[in-house]
Write a protein that binds this ligand. Structure first.
Ligand SMILES: Cc1ncc(COP(=O)(O)O)c(C=O)c1O
Length: 417
């Protein structure tokens, strides 16, 4: 993610902020500095309008009605599947399953592929910087069928200890599942390198990548990465809540049994026996999140028009600025690697607890996340219970970071000795 934006590109990036109605609001009487995009991004007008239009115009359930509204909505819904495939470099739209969120995508793989293919004693390797969404589904499976979970350690500088990964691999390893970009540290993991070394050890080991924080920070090509599955969640990509994506290699998806049963995923039902549709329909039981899928499509159009590479470069500029400004505040410890890092800065202060600081920041109009970021094992490793996390989006600017730094200084005056 190298490069620099020209002054014109910078001005254009700055203008996109106006597309987000929430950012012109105040919080506690102050202009809002929204630095919690890693948790959930704000929505551009294009997404809000697309969702409203989906309900205002020819709304109907999909895949069922022979009337015009249903046919048109079905076509728009399926067009988003193709758009998502294109956005992440999948070979075909048949490799795209719509889920509720990233969490559901990982649970789907664990319960469908995992239950069908793993047995007691088989090993699943995850990493020490996983979100709970990529820990707990494997623990549920462990409790159900007795798999063994192994963990790639995290180095003190916030990178994965990849030498240890080689030692963890064994003849029992069936899956390696890890995060592309850490939501708590910002670390961009070397996905291709990891996949290559796992495949060199044994090409039958399957790979799942949690791309929830990665698809928002730069261009992703799942085919080039070589992942078997890749998950992400719509609400962090400037789209609505309630919609996520599970990409899977098609022949792998075809080999997996359904995860949930119900309408729209069957070919024929009798009381004796049911046959299922091919992937991806087999994994989309019941009425899907129609309006949300159309909103996700609008979000992808929006970021694609800006250019994921431009978003990545702008974020790197902000990251450098943020790290520099925060390094100047006494008593802060910053977590995360010096290089290969997305627009996420996690820190603690030796003069105040993250939640107390976050409450002062709230009064200053600054929205950050404080807590364990659904990464309790990672917090344990650093011997802390929480950090403050400032996370950037395409609309973030230097003034937001200045407001954060001013707020932290105010918190220090209030809370510090
Ligand atoms: C890295 C990562 N994985 C998974 C998730 C879960 O996303 P969702 O709650 O939308 O399923 C998050 C959300 O914070 C995340 O940051």
């Amino acid at each position: 993610m190298a490069g620099k934006l020209s002054p014109i590109q910078q001005a254009t990036m700055a203008s996109f902020r106006n597309d987000f109605p929430v950012l012109s609001k105040t919080m506690n009487g102050k202009p809002v500095a929204f630095l919690d995009t890693g948790s959930s991004a704000q929505k551009p007008r294009a997404v809000i309008d697309a969702m409203k239009a989906a309900m205002d115009t020819e709304y109907a359930n999909i895949h069922r009605g022979l009337y015009q509204f249903s046919q048109v909505t079905t076509a728009k819904f399926e067009a988003v599947r193709a758009k998502v495939a294109d956005f992440i470099g999948a070979v075909s739209e048949k490799e795209i399953i719509f889920t509720r969120n990233a969490t559901e995508g990982i649970n789907l793989v664990a319960q469908s592929w995992g239950r069908a293919n793993l047995k007691a004693g088989d090993e699943v390797i995850i990493s020490g910087m996983e979100h709970h969404a990529n820990i707990v589904p494997w623990q549920l499976l462990r409790d159900q069928i007795g798999i063994v979970i192994k963990v790639i350690p995290v180095l003190q500088d916030g990178r994965l200890d990849l030498e240890s990964l080689e030692k963890l691999l064994s003849s029992k390893t069936k899956l390696v599942s890890f995060v592309h970009v850490s939501n708590a540290l910002g670390t961009i993991n070397p996905v291709s390198t990891i996949i290559k070394s796992v495949s060199a050890y044994n090409r039958n080991i399957r790979i799942l990548v949690d791309g929830s924080q990665a698809v928002v920070h730069g261009a992703v090509n799942v085919s080039a990465l070589g992942a078997d599955w890749y998950v992400f969640t719509g609400h962090k990509l400037y789209g609505p809540t309630g919609i996520g994506v599970l990409y899977g290699r098609y022949e792998l998806l075809q080999s997996m049994p359904p995860y949930q049963g119900g309408g729209d995923m069957i070919e024929r039902v009798t009381f004796e026996k049911t046959t299922y549709k091919d992937a991806p329909a087999r994994f989309e039981a019941g009425t899907p999140a129609i309006v949300e899928v159309l909103g996700l499509g609008a979000a992808i159009d929006y970021v694609a028009a800006i250019g994921m590479d431009n978003i990545a470069v702008r974020e790197q500029e902000l990251l450098a600025y943020g790290l520099e400004q925060l390094s100047g505040v006494p008593g802060l410890t910053l977590y995360g690697p010096a290089e290969n890092r997305a627009g996420i800065i996690s820190f603690t202060a030796d003069w105040g607890h993250p939640s107390d600081i976050a409450m002062v920041l709230d009064q200053c109009g600054v929205a950050v996340r404080s807590g364990h970021h659904c990464c309790q094992p990672l917090m344990d490793q650093f011997g802390i219970d929480a950090t403050i996390r400032a996370s950037f989006g395409l609309y973030t600017n230097e003034a937001d970071i200045d407001q954060l730094v001013q707020g932290i200084k105010k918190a220090r005056d209030l809370l510090g000795e």
